[in-house]
Write a protein that binds this ligand. Structure first.
Ligand code: DUC
Ligand code: ZN
Ligand code: ZN
Length: 472
């Protein structure tokens, strides 16, 4: 098979950026080389296709470690399934998504995993893997944990909230110990479910049923206490932990303290916690429902704390929690009471442009930090490195040719996501994925998918958490 050469670009990794050429053969990166080698290589590879990417940045394909595609809520299902969700991801430069497989009560983990494979296999345009959400823990499920490792599942999520999903603290403790033995990692939805229920009951009694009640029922203390409790359980279990979708300054401070005391704590946050605030819940005409997700959008003080943490390298990964519900139909299920609004927002398509525009272009983070939180760290934490997360010899040829100068505006009208709004409507962006290679093939260009259905299941290995040193 003849080679493909990307010539003249700047290859970005988590540690540096260098002007380098990249040669792809079939689905792998064959070599990365300097200009002085170009002539000899072109002579040897006389039938190679050469694409000039001068002035562009080359990033390893982005990884979104947090999506919910084709997720069943109590009265509806998400607008994006694996078909549209992975196309939207790819269009924006994301070449791997990790979705949440959720065990039903009484179900085996194997059965839950098979259901997710059925939804995703043959329907995906970017690569995908699965975290496992355990909702019903027992001895049989315990024995399935090593089996999950063999199936390529090394990360888990448990919930402290949501009646159908949440598990008791002792289950957290048991799962943390079992997953630690497998070299995996457990994430937690850090919200105190009992207190959400109690505050919701109070709000109902007071007749406060509009969207502005959502951030009250899910107030900051609800998250902070859950973070603190999770860290205490992890300490007793002697296990590393992942705090997913962290939204508050108070939660961040607990995580910092635990790190200082020697615990291995991974932190994920999401674009919505940088860009959206709780004033949105007071919008007229039920518009606030577009922003009903959990944990909710917070206050400026929390946003500032998260930006500072990102700048300091304290945030490991940025996921989207993409969970799209149409405003015109699904969100209106909760028209008479906020607690009935299906929780979630879209974001899988726009995460790269948002974080690049408002993170890199503003000078808050470097291209290298962007590379770490958008790709490299997730590849390591979730057992995919160096197959994913780096442009290097032998890695999968998943490459984003990034145009740092493109200017545009985010709009639902032009998005690939199959949902009737975007929470980022009208936001200006600078930079975008001009060309996206998946397994060595051009799969998306200028915001549109050009090769559908190339996505494969990523069989993942143990977590490599060495990039987060104990104590930092
Ligand atoms: N939060 C949401 O808003 N939706 C899906 C799951 C979650 O944790
Ligand atoms: Zn969650
Ligand atoms: Zn989620």
């Amino acid at each position: 098979m003849s080679a493909l050469i990307l010539r003249g670009g700047t290859v970005v990794s988590g540690s540096d950026s260098k002007k380098l050429n990249v040669m792809i053969r079939d689905d792998k990166i064959e070599t990365v080389f300097e200009d002085h080698e170009l002539e000899a290589i072109l002579e040897r590879e006389s039938d190679a296709e050469v694409i000039d990417v001068t002035g562009k940045l080359l990033f390893p394909g982005f990884i979104d470690p947090h999506t919910h595609f084709q997720m069943q809520a109590s009265k509806c299902v998400t607008a994006d399934d694996f078909d549209s969700g992975t196309r939207a991801a790819l269009a924006g430069g994301t070449t791997v998504i990790l979705d949440f497989t959720t065990q039903d009560k009484g179900e085996s983990l194997m059965s839950a995993l098979s259901r997710w494979h059925e939804m995703a296999d043959g329907h995906s345009s970017c690569d995908y893997g699965f975290h496992m959400s355990i909702t019903d823990w027992n001895e049989q499920v315990h024995h399935e944990i090593p089996l999950m490792t063999l199936e390529g599942v090394t990360s888990y999520k448990l919930y402290m909230a949501y009646p159908k999903l949440r598990v008791r603290d002792e289950v957290f403790y048991e799962v943390l110990k079992a997953v630690k033995n497998e070299g995996g990692i457990v994430g937690n939805h850090c919200e105190n479910g009992d207190m959400i229920d109690a505050l919701t009951a109070d709000l109902r009694e007071e007749g406060k049923l509009g969207t502005e009640a959502h951030p009250i029922a899910h107030c900051r203390e609800i998250e902070a206490e859950a973070v603190q409790r999770y860290l205490m359980i992890a300490k007793l279990a002697g296990a590393p932990v992942n705090i997913v979708h962290l939204s508050t300054k108070a939660g961040l401070e607990y995580a910092r303290e635990a790190r200082k005391n020697g615990q291995k704590v991974m932190i994920e946050t999401c674009p919505q916690y940088f860009f959206l605030d709780d004033s949105l819940y007071s919008l007229p005409d039920f518009e606030g429902a577009k922003y009903v997700f959990s944990p909710p959008a917070r206050k400026k003080e929390d946003q500032d704390a998260l930006w500072e943490a990102l700048e300091n390298g304290e945030i490991d990964t940025i996921g989207t929690d993409h969970c799209s519900f149409n405003f015109a139909t699904d969100k209106h299920i909760g028209e008479y009471e906020f607690s009935q609004i299906p929780n979630g927002i879209p974001g899988v398509e726009h995460r790269p442009v948002l974080m690049y525009t408002y993170g890199v272009q503003t000078g808050r983070i470097s291209n290298e930090s962007f590379c770490r939180v958008m790709s490299e760290n997730a590849a390591k934490e979730y057992g995919m490195y160096p197959q994913k997360g780096v442009i290097a010899e032998g890695s999968d040829a998943d490459i984003v040719v990034w145009d740092p100068d493109y200017e545009g505006v985010i709009s639902a009208e032009t998005q690939v996501q199959n949902v009737d709004y975007t929470p980022y409507e009208g936001m200006k962006i600078k930079g975008r994925a001009q060309l996206v290679f998946l397994h060595g093939k051009p799969a998306a260009a200028e915001g549109q998918v050009i090769a559908k259905g190339l996505g494969k299941y990523v069989h993942r290995d143990k977590a490599d958490l060495s990039f987060r040193k104990v104590g930092d």
